[in-house]
Ligand binder design. Structure first.
Ligand SMILES: [Zn+2]
Length: 132
């Protein structure tokens, strides 16, 4: 349900706080679960920065393992695209998907984008998906 506060709309994913760019894409408890999936996948220990711009500069420097490097760079965009679509589905179509479905959609999107960009080093991702 769309709730408007004096200082802006509530987050459509958690409905607990005001929706901002940094909350929606980095700190929302719903979004955090998607990030955590990728951190487990890449065996990454990560402290989420306050702002999305900071994340991008940290993310590029980290780079994941050698075999992960090519698809590592796609992960933030993939998460943000999936979260943005979920947010808009809830906002404009009253369509709510479970966190499990959103995680799965995000993994599918990453795999598809890797294939589109001719990134072949996605075996680790495929192996990981096989364990789900
Ligand atoms: Zn939220």
């Amino acid at each position: 349900m769309y709730v408007v506060q004096r200082n802006g709309p509530r987050c459509f994913l958690c409905n607990e706080t005001r929706e901002t760019n940094n909350h929606l894409f980095l700190h929302c408890k719903f979004t955090t679960q998607v990030w955590n999936l990728f951190f487990r996948l890449t065996k990454t220990t990560w402290t989420m920065p306050e702002h999305t711009a900071d994340l991008m500069s940290c993310w590029i420097r980290r780079g994941g393992s050698k075999s992960q490097k090519k698809w590592w760079r796609i992960i933030p965009s993939c998460i943000w695209w999936t979260i943005w679509k979920e947010r808009n589905g809830r906002c404009f179509e009253d369509k709510i998907r479970s966190i499990h479905d959103v995680k799965w959609k995000c993994l599918e999107t990453l795999f598809f984008w890797c294939k589109q960009n001719c990134i072949e080093e996605v075996e680790e991702l495929v192996d990981f998906l096989g364990t789900l």
